[in-house]
Write a protein that binds this ligand. Structure first.
Ligand code: 13P
Length: 281
């Protein structure tokens, strides 16, 4: 199947009461792994390129791999830019036929964020491509719980922002963070409920790695539309590579090495998708 845009998957998620996994990948093996997992679970999936990986991996290469992968499976796949840093970066991915782009100017002032986000929305929507933006600060996971909580999304500003920009989904800060947590995260479910119930677009949560399974399930049940996961896949990949070197010595067969890494990522992806589709109707 050809790549689809986020909106098609977000609509499916709402109808079937699932959360769409948005899984980061930066090479062929990680991308193949998450798409194979989605196909096995019969779950739609957004494959994402993290903004800092775009230059390394190449938006053209990643889109091409995602395009081939999506045509080889029966489930619906979208290809997205994660945390795009500027209009120019979003445009690069739009021009390379990504089907969704995130523009993250949450650290800028409100008016600038609205102005630049609107520009991305106009360009993307003209080509049927979806747009995600962010409000509040989604911190790095090595921060204290107090620091993470300081970045919570303000629901009133979020409601205004969605109307002012016309975005398709909004990433919010409710207590999750990016990377490996130093402390068990404390999610503000009350705030999340208000955001899901009152913001006029689907809600996205980031920092899905090493968030306790029961917290993920609760957020899924509450109706979050999209959950971003990155670190858990890259850790699984690295752990498998390390294990193969330990077991096989300095020069393991390259195909065996990459196959083990790919399989390790696939297993993590299957587990995440089990959580995200637990309440499927
Ligand atoms: P993790 O790496 O913590 O899973 O976060 C990924 C993410 O939110 C990407 O936007």
């Amino acid at each position: 199947m050809a790549l689809v845009n986020y909106n098609e998957l977000l609509k499916y998620a709402k109808e079937h009461r699932i959360t769409v996994g948005a899984f980061n990948s930066l090479n062929m093996e990680t991308l193949q792994a998450v798409v194979t997992a989605a196909d096995k679970m019969n779950a739609p999936l957004i494959v994402q390129t993290y903004h800092a990986h775009v230059d390394f991996a190449g938006a053209d290469y990643m889109q091409a791999i995602a395009d081939v992968a999506s045509r080889n499976v029966n489930t619906k796949i979208a290809m997205g830019l994660d945390h795009g840093r500027s209009y120019e970066q979003a445009k690069l991915c739009i021009d390379n036929n990504y089907t969704g782009v995130m523009i993250d100017l949450a650290s800028e002032d409100y008016d600038y964020n609205v102005k630049e986000t609107r520009k991305v929305v106009e360009t993307a929507h003209a080509r049927g491509i979806s747009v995600e933006a962010e409000l509040g600060t989604i911190a790095d996971a090595d921060r204290s719980l107090e620091e993470i909580a300081q970045g919570y999304t303000d629901p009133e500003i979020a409601r205004r922002f969605v109307k002012d920009t016309g975005i398709d989904c909004l990433a919010v800060s409710v207590g999750t963070a990016h990377g490996m947590y130093k402390f068990t995260p404390k999610i503000n479910f009350e705030l999340l409920k208000e955001l899901v119930d009152t913001v006029p677009c689907p809600i996205v949560v980031h920092g899905g790695s090493n968030t306790p399974d029961e917290d993920v399930e609760k957020m899924v049940e509450m109706g979050i539309a999209k959950l971003n996961v990155g670190t858990d896949f890259f850790n699984a990949y690295e752990d498998a590579v390390r294990r193969v070197f330990q077991e096989k010595g300095d020069h393991p067969d390259i195909m065996y090495l990459l196959a083990e890494a790919r399989e390790a990522v696939e297993k993590v992806a299957v587990h995440k998708l089990e959580l995200l589709t637990k309440f499927r109707v």
